[in-house]
Write a protein that binds this ligand. Sequence first.
Ligand SMILES: [Fe+2]
Ligand SMILES: [Fe+2]
Length: 263
Amino acid sequence: MNLLFIGDIVGEPGRRAVRQLLPGLRSKFALDLVIANGENSAGGSGITVNTANEIFAAGVDIMTTGDHLWDQKEVTILLQTEARFLRPLNYPAGVMGQGSTVCHSENHPPVGVLNLQGRTFMPPLENPFLCGKTEVEHLRKITKIIFVDMHAEATSEKIALARMLDGRVSAVVGTHTHVQTADEQIFPGGTAYLSDAGFTGPHDSVLGREIEPIIERFRSNTPQKFDVAKGRILLQGAVIEIDEATGRALNIRRVSEPLAENA
Ligand SMILES: [Fe+2]
Ligand SMILES: [Fe+2]
């Protein structure tokens, strides 16, 4: 089976890219399942019910998130009612929402999806290595096909987590830095890996935001308003081919698909 993972969708340009480019990618790669990180989909910060629904309607099956989860108040509605919506698993016990799910469909075996968040240069959640390993073993009682979104800043933390899970999950792909890395590979145990999927939105920017206010923030150390940028929209992520019988990854390729200027 073929799975597309879409890196952080940033604002309206990011949602437009998913809407307009996903149908073409679906036929080009014969996609069976689409997972997307939506943590920046509402104006670049957080996610609302409407933006989530727009992304699901565009063909995304499961949505993951990260440290921008709480930026929009109404995310609590999604956390409490939306079965296709994940938050990082490693919040303390009792926090609303879910960190993993199993996606069932008629055309392919069940697919487990797990969302974790790193702790290096990030808010201190529970240990993703301990929570993640336990959750993967729990998911493997249902299916061998498991995808992990590791939302983290440090490449060492992402690689270490993926190496720990090698042979136990089909793929670990990182998000959060918004910069697509070129280290896609399949580890010896059969786990596909990419340190960061990149982001889906305007790349004539600093990580999706207008350039000048960010320069001014760094130059002057004063707060600035960071609007979502406009130009050079790309849909970024990775397509992973998975052996349905074993759960092993057969292939991983990066995606960086431009949206036509007038789209
Ligand atoms: Fe992000
Ligand atoms: Fe993030």
